[in-house]
Design a protein around this ligand. Structure first.
Ligand code: CP3
Length: 345
């Protein structure tokens, strides 16, 4: 498929470790509830209607691009669509967070999971990516994504969000074989899914292990890490960003033992620690505390410049340390993007 030429290759340069004049910038959840134009569409369509209609997913992906011209667009979708592809029902009602009416709660149910035909089950994401890649017209790099197996396993077992996902952890310890089967099915599905996303136009992929930080370092190595490695090693077509939120202890191992081009970091890690742990060998992405976007725009500018100074402008992608919060004023989000672009000027 012939796509428009990429006119802005800042993100790809940073991922390859090539010199840049300023770091690229994008924001996790940059398409979302803090944008009035997103809220307009949210009145008319349910969450999964927005996700499953390629034109709507494309439009929502483009909204922050038109407003802020970031260096990357992340396709509007959700990590939970992979569970739907496995035949698990997922609902999302406003103000309630995700719910799985029939979570997996027996080893038999976990052992019964099989890898689906992702191109069939998730065709709408594939179509949304192709549409968006054309619509972007090379102005920003298109990022595809998936949830990491451990994070998806958390929702699969627990059936909803949780502070500790204790049931998911207990299921792993009580039924290790069934749990590993479920994790393997999710991982194999994710690899096929990411490869389909790349074929459809994704130029970079990010894997979100949002709940890996709930695991001890030993448990992380056993339960979460093998799949992050399997996925990043299987994706050779485009750069992979691994975001194991909260797992500061894994930065060194993920750098040395996976094929990732970049690692995401949250705000509980100093830039200096992250650079030292990764031996300056890999691109880092993060780590602005999303709640600091409630500061006055002048203060946001100062803090963002300081963050870039501390990480260094090379091998660095300016981003938040997690998704933007729904109540952040749009001007403050704008100040974040502008601050990265004005750095060093
Ligand atoms: O970053 C982007 O702009 C791309 C879109 C994106 C969404 N979800 C859209 C979304 C991405 C990358 C995700 C990933 C995702 N989804 C993760 C991993 C990243 C993270 O935040 O840790 C997780 C854990 C989920 C699961 C999920 N989806 C939750 C917990 C929720 C509810 C959030 C809430 O506060 O109500 C969702 C819904 C969701 N996914 C929304 C958006 C914009 C909000 C839906 C709405 O009410 O309009």
């Amino acid at each position: 498929m012939a796509f428009p030429e990429l006119k802005n290759d800042l993100l790809l340069k940073a991922l390859k470790g090539e010199p840049v004049d300023r770091p690229p910038v994008w924001m996790m959840r940059q398409a979302g509830r803090y944008l009035p134009e997103y809220m307009e569409l949210r009145k008319k369509y349910t969450f999964f209607e927005r996700v499953e209609t390629p034109e709507l997913a494309c439009e929502i992906t483009m909204q922050p691009i038109r407003r802020f011209a970031p260096d990357a667009a992340i396709i509007f979708s959700d990590i939970l669509v992979v569970l739907q592809a496995l035949g698990i029902e997922v609902t999302l009602n406003p103000g309630e967070g995700p719910r799985l009416p029939n979570p997996v709660n027996t080893p038999e149910a976990a052992l019964a999971l099989t890898v689906p035909d992702v191109k069939d089950r998730l065709h709408y994401v594939i179509e949304a990516l192709t549409l968006t890649r054309k619509e972007l017209n090379g102005q920003a790099t298109l990022i595809g994504f998936a949830g990491a197996p451990w994070t998806l396993f958390c929702y699969l077992i627990e059936g909803r969000g949780s502070k500790d996902f204790a049931r998911a952890k207990a299921f792993y310890w009580q039924h290790p074989e069934a749990a590993r089967h479920a994790l393997k099915v999710i991982s194999d599905t994710t690899i096929l899914y990411l490869k389909a996303q790349i074929k459809a136009g994704a130029q970079v992929v990010q894997v979100f292990d949002s709940w890996s930080g709930l695991l001890s370092p030993e448990d992380f190595n056993e339960i979460a890490y093998p799949w992050l490695k399997q996925i990043s090693d299987a994706i050779e077509e485009v750069p992979v960003i691994l975001f194991a939120k909260g797992s500061w202890y894994a930065l060194e191992g993920l750098t040395q033992r996976t094929n990732a081009s970049a690692l995401g970091v949250d705000w509980c890690v100093t830039p200096e620690y992250a650079r030292q742990a990764t031996m300056n060998k890999i691109t880092l992405q993060g780590n602005f505390d999303p709640s600091k976007l409630l500061h006055h725009p002048d203060e946001i500018t100062r803090l963002v410049h300081r963050m870039i100074d501390r990480f260094g402008a090379q091998r660095y992608i300016a981003n938040l340390g997690h998704g933007i919060l729904p109540y952040i004023p749009v001007e403050n989000a704008g100040a974040f993007f502008d601050a990265v672009k004005s750095w060093g000027k």
